[in-house]
Every structure is written in C-alpha cells, then in structure tokens.
Design a protein. Structure first.
Length: 509
C-alpha cells in the first residue's frame, strides 16, 4: 500500500466533523491494509512508539520533496524502525542523514504528514474510538467484540489485524498476567443520593488523591503499571515487595498509590508522581490501596460482577483495601464521603455491585462524587503575563477533547491558582512545546493535561464549543494522564445549567 493513501485518508478524516464520514474513510482504507503500521500512522503514532526524533531536528529539515508518490507504508515503517535503532558515536549525524533520506523520497504532503507524526502533532488519542468503530465496520464484526479485544490486547494495530482475520481471532484475546489492560473509569455524578438511586446495590469507596496503578504478579515476578500502561516497576520496589508477599500465586490488582504524611494524610499529588521518575527510589515511600481484582490464581475475573471481584480482593489484599463500605444505606454512604474528605481525599466513587470490569470505558457503572466540579482539560495555548508575572507564561487556553477525533475544542482560559513555582515550570514546559507564537500568545502542542476546578459552565459564543467555564482555576497538572483521557466537550456541555437558570445567561469571567 502506498504511503500517500494513508496521508490522503488522514487529511479526509481531519477535514470532516462527521463521525460517520470519518469511520467510512478509515474503514475503506483498513479493508485494503497490508501492514498494521497503517493503523499506527492513522492514529498518529509510529508503530515503534517514541523513536527519539527531536522536535527541533524534524522541523529544521529542509529537503526538496519528491515529485510523485513512491513510498509504501512498509518503506516508511522500516525507515522509522531503522532510525530508532541508531545509537553510539556519531548517532546524531546518522539520524539526521536517515531522516533526510526518508524525506527526500516523500512528496510535499507526505513530508508534512511525517513532520506531524514525528513531533506528536498527529497523535490523537481521541481518534481511538473512531478507529475502533472503523475496524468493526471494515471487518463487519460487532463493535463490542472489537472493543473487548482492544481492552485485552492494548494494541490498536493488533486488534485491527485480528479483526480483519475474523471474529474468532478477536475472541482469542485473553487477559494475560504481565500485560496491562486499560483501566475502567468513572463518570461524574450529580450527587451522592443520585448515584445511589441510579446504581442500586453499590460499594462506596474513598476517591484517593493518588496515582492509579495496576499490579501484575506471576509467581515471584511482579510488574507495576500506571494508568497510561507505562511500566514503573523499577521505581517502586516497596510496592513490588508488598505484592510479592500477598497470599497468592498469580494476581492482577487495580488500585491507587500515594505518599502519606506521618499522620496518614495524602502528600501533594506531585510528590507521589515524582516517585515514578525518581533516582533515589527510597526517598519517599508509597502506600498502595487496591479496589479491584481482575485475576486471581489462574482465574480471570473481568466478566464477574464487582461483588465477586471484591470477595476475591478481600481474600488477597488484606489490609491494603481502599476504605469504604459495601451496600451502605444513605446515612452510611454520607459518612463515608465525610470521612474521605476529612482524610484529605477528593470524595468517593459509587460502584454498581452488578457491574463487570469495562476496561478503558468511562461508563455510568462507576460514578465519582466530589464536592466541587473539576475537569481534566488540555493546554492548547498560553498568554504572556503582565505586572509581577511579566516574562512568564500565565493565562492558559484550555481545550476539551473532541470525541470524534478532531483537535481539542477551546472552552475557556484561566490564570488563577498558579503558584510562582508552577508558573516557572509551565513557562519552561510550554515553551518547549511551542508550535507558533506572537507577542501575546504562544500556541503549543496539546500534550499536557491539567485539572481545572470550576463553579460551572455557561452557554457562550466566545469559544468554538459553544460553552465557557465559570471561575476556572488550576488545581494541578496531571502527568499521569494522556490527552486521550481528557474530558470531552460533551462532558463540559453536560454541566450546563437547566433552562431559565440565571447562570445560563451570565457572561464568562
């Protein structure tokens, strides 16, 4: 398959707002794909993952484009694989030469696509859902079968290849101890009573202010992964030792880990996250709290109701369970919420005891209850500060994820909640991600997720999403989250007040 076909399809997908049109365009190409790299390129990630192509190195390339398309997808995939393998003395020069050779064989449109692919500007996790629909359409198999296979394989290219082979190949994917599955996610609840009424028989658990972890143990072998499926085993030896000592032979546990103060309160989230990249891995100990069991001693539990998974969890995790209550009445559930907040946590998660583990999905079976509205948004630009903030990047432009795979949709700005330390940090980090700038605004690659607290949203023509955040303020950056996990513009619109509310006509601050 010619690489130009991928480039043309990507352009067609980016040019339409119609989800159906995106799915049809992708499915048409997938039916003819000859290598899984097609899928990788279409969702904006080289099949090798990060290959070490520096942003400045790529953008500084000035190569005369080829007059016509000749590169195949396999040519490009092979060239990127060879590039990633370059190391040793003189590697920088040889890497530039390798990229120059590849770009010399590419047309102008192909060069533009390659630059965006290698600098991350094509990396659209939001396109993942559209791609899964396209795989199902191309292979003529049920969407849920495709999504389950992806949940278990963790690989879009592998899922697409299996789907085009047949439904039986998709059904062959199983939970594999040592290979992470995508975490099940919670949706915001309007209120604790509302969540309890909607879900029926529930468990109500503390929503800890920590980092999501998934631990896998097979005999003495233990592996620890973050919510983005990045392995951090070597940086958390205390968690490895603890899991190795649990009363089982094999297990897969879902939970949170956090650093605690001497009186048991959570330390700042950034301190917990710093452990995953720390050089001195004993400088700050982490404590695990598990809330789900996906596998125990040879038995997969993903499709068992939460009630049964919690029974397995209690047998294996002992004192390391997240605090909470099973089937509480309204008064006990309210007490659990009060205890969580008093302990310095974010709120509670209300979970249906009849729900299966829907990995990678943000459904209604798990609902989070927090005393304030928060959203995870993507930084898409920033304005220079003035006064005491002169010389620092201050006023953030905030984007919500487009569920149909387009670029983030701007829904507001804020400069509130930023400490001097955070201002200095974000100035360095955002300048390193700048794609365009003028005297006032720096536009950046949409890579950083930030948690924003707000009083609500309102209808507004000011921003493309038709809504604006009210009294938005920064809580923290979320290095544990990928832009594909940011809240969608639909989730922002869901916070709109009802008709007739005074808030619905108040201008954004």
């Amino acid at each position: 398959m010619l690489f130009s076909e991928v480039v043309e399809t990507s352009a067609a997908v980016g040019a339409t707002r119609s989800r159906l049109a995106k799915v049809e365009a992708l499915a048409g190409l997938l039916r003819r794909m000859t290598t899984p790299a097609v899928v990788s390129f279409l969702v904006g990630v080289p099949s090798q993952g990060r290959i070490g192509a520096g942003w400045r190195t790529v953008l500084d390339l000035d190569v005369e484009p080829a007059p016509g398309p000749s590169l195949t997808v396999s040519d490009v995939d092979g060239a990127l694989g060879a590039f990633a393998a370059i190391s040793g003395k003189g590697a920088a020069g040889r890497r530039v030469a390798a990229l120059t050779d590849l770009f010399a064989r590419a047309t102008a449109a192909e060069q533009d696509f390659l630059k965006r692919l290698l600098t991350g500007e094509l990396r659209q996790g939001a396109l993942e859902g559209v791609m899964l629909d396209a795989v199902a359409r191309a292979a003529d198999v049920p969407g849920e079968v495709v999504r389950r296979a992806f949940m278990l394989s963790g690989s879009l290219p592998a899922t697409a290849t299996a789907a085009l082979t047949g439904e039986a190949a998709l059904a062959a994917f199983r939970l594999e101890v040592g290979r992470p599955v995508r975490p099940m996610l919670a949706s915001p609840a309007e209120s604790l009573p509302g969540a309890l009424a909607e879900l029926g028989a529930t468990a109500v658990e503390h929503k800890l202010d920590g980092a999501r972890i998934q631990v896998h143990r097979d005999g003495d072998g233990v592996r620890v992964f973050t919510r983005t499926l990045r392995e951090v085993t070597t940086t958390v030896p205390e968690l490895v030792d603890l899991v190795r000592g649990l009363p089982c032979t094999s297990v897969v546990l879902d939970g949170e880990t956090l650093a605690l103060t001497d009186d048991g309160k959570p330390r700042p989230f950034q301190e917990t996250m710093s452990r995953f990249g720390a050089q001195d891995v004993r400088e700050l100990l982490l404590s695990p709290f598990f809330f789900d069991c996906l596998h125990l001693d040879g038995e997969d539990l993903l499709d068992r109701p939460l009630r049964e998974r919690l029974d397995a969890l209690r047998r294996v995790a002992g004192d390391h369970l997240v605090p909470g209550a099973v089937e509480p009445g309204p008064e006990e559930a309210a007490r659990v919420l009060d205890e969580a907040l008093a302990a310095g946590h974010e709120g509670v998660v209300v979970k249906s005891l009849d729900s299966v583990y829907a990995a990678g999905r943000r459904g209604r079976a798990w609902q989070k209850v927090k005393p304030v509205h928060t959203l995870d948004l993507v930084v898409i630009g920033v304005e220079w500060g003035s006064g005491r903030r002169k010389g620092l990047l201050s006023n953030l432009h905030l984007g919500a994820r487009d569920p149909d795979g387009g670029p983030p949709v701007m829904v507001g700005k804020t400069f509130k909640g930023l400490t001097d330390e955070l201002l200095a940090w974000q100035t360095r980090e955002l300048l390193a991600r700048a794609t365009d700038r003028d005297d006032w605004v720096v536009r950046v690659r949409p890579e950083l997720v930030i948690e924003i607290e707000l009083d609500g949203v309102q209808v507004s023509p000011r921003y493309p999403g038709g809504v604006a955040l009210r009294f938005a303020r920064v809580v923290r950056y979320r290095p544990d989250k990928d832009p594909a996990e940011a809240d969608t513009v639909d989730a922002v619109r869901a916070l709109l007040p009802g008709p007739g509310s005074a808030e619905s006509t108040t201008e954004a601050p």
